[in-house]
Design a protein around this ligand. Structure first.
Ligand SMILES: [Cu+2]
Length: 114
């Protein structure tokens, strides 16, 4: 009986650690945009200056790209295939619209604030 109680307490302690770890991870999580169904999800994202965003292609087959065309950049030659990701750091505040190279209807915007 005593052993069972100890086991229960131990289980609860482990479970609590798990909950705290999950909470911490969420707070520290890197901003992320999922690419799925020919969409950037979320299409609008606000980050702090100096943060990095990670775009992750979760399509089953389709490739995409992340192109800051309005900022005057060249279209990226590397496509993001299924499971690929792309990271970019934003060191200036402002609004940064982007699109997918092959699919002009796929658009998103990054807001960078202090
Ligand atoms: Cu695309």
């Amino acid at each position: 009986m005593k052993y069972r109680l100890l086991l229960l307490l131990y289980t609860l302690a482990v479970f609590n650690q798990g909950v705290f770890a999950a909470t911490n991870n969420k707070a520290d999580a890197q901003p992320q945009v999922i690419i799925k169904g020919y969409k950037f999800i979320p299409p609008e994202i606000t980050i702090k200056r100096g943060q990095k965003i990670r775009w992750l292609n979760q399509e089953k087959r389709q490739y995409h790209s992340v192109w800051f065309e309005a900022s005057g950049e060249e279209e990226p030659e590397d496509y993001l295939f299924s499971g690929d990701s792309y990271q970019r750091q934003f060191n200036q505040t402002g609004s940064f619209p982007y699109r997918c190279g092959p699919h002009p209807e796929m658009t998103g915007i990054v807001y960078v604030v202090d």
